[in-house]
Ligand binder design. Structure first.
Ligand code: 13P
Length: 254
């Protein structure tokens, strides 16, 4: 990590923990976190648990994120949630373009760009996810894929006033127990930062780039020690307070 960027540790609960167990987890995190010492700690519960988890964390240093949003401000979009609704439910961040959304729900670079812009215009801070599949990595296309996904949101990020984050999540490392090595993560993060620098050095310097994909207490320190890894987007290990807080502690030490 670079000391000029505050580290971010975000837990993506995915479709796990409804209101009841989500509030229990949030209460444990609140009780046991103590002083986050400059680390931004975020949890992203499912939509139905957002308001209750936000209430549970009210006044605590832990921020809440949505896992997705619709790009329109309102309208006839059955089953969808707008940025303003997330904000009203207590979210200040939102994950955009997670690979599960791209792969399973047909999200494209264009829709991810629209959602990113919609989040920003409603005052939500987007965490925009990029990442290659194993097939793309094996074909030597990692940089092509990741950089073109990031290029799609560059204009929105450049206009965001520095409130956004990027997350590199190699698809082959998500939920597989197979994390990228620190060297593999750093290589991609450095390329992403170089892409941001083409727009402006200030954008490159101010954008936190998180790593996600099987981050656990035992590999977090090595990943977070990389110069261009500014935090972690954690799936499975964020479902357990002790594991998630151990990753937050690794960010303190990095
Ligand atoms: P895992 O940590 O379970 O691999 O999930 C990563 C992820 O997708 C976070 O958004």
């Amino acid at each position: 990590m670079n000391p000029s960027r505050a580290p971010i540790i975000a837990g993506n609960w995915k479709m796990q923990h409804g209101g009841r167990s989500g509030c229990e987890l949030a209460a444990s995190l609140r009780r046991e976190l103590g002083d986050p010492r400059g680390v931004t700690v975020i949890v992203a519960p499912p939509f139905t648990a957002l308001a209750a988890v936000s209430a549970e964390l009210d006044g605590s240093p832990i921020a809440v994120a949505g896992q997705n949003l619709h790009a329109a401000p309102s309208g006839a979009f059955t089953g969808e949630i707008s940025a303003a609704m997330l904000s009203e439910a207590g979210a200040s961040w939102v994950i955009v373009g997670h690979s599960e959304r791209r792969q399973l729900f047909g999200e494209t670079d264009a829709s991810v760009a629209q959602k990113t812009a919609a989040a920003l215009s409603a005052g939500l801070r987007p965490i925009v996810c990029v990442g290659e599949t194993l097939e793309e990595r094996d074909a030597g296309r990692t940089f092509d894929v990741v950089l073109s996904q990031a290029r799609a949101v560059l204009d929105a990020l450049a206009a965001s006033g520095g409130v956004h984050a990027l997350a590199y999540e190699p698809v082959w490392a998500i939920g597989t127990g197979r994390n990228a090595t620190a060297a593999q993560a750093e290589e991609v993060h450095a390329r992403l930062r170089a892409l941001l620098a083409e727009t402006s050095p200030a954008l490159a310097a101010s954008t936190p780039i998180l790593y996600g994909g099987s981050v656990k207490p035992d590999n977090a320190s090595a990943l977070l020690a990389c110069a261009n890894v500014d935090g972690a987007l954690v799936g499975g290990a964020s479902l357990d307070a002790a594991q998630f807080l151990a990753i937050v502690a690794a960010a303190h030490r990095a």
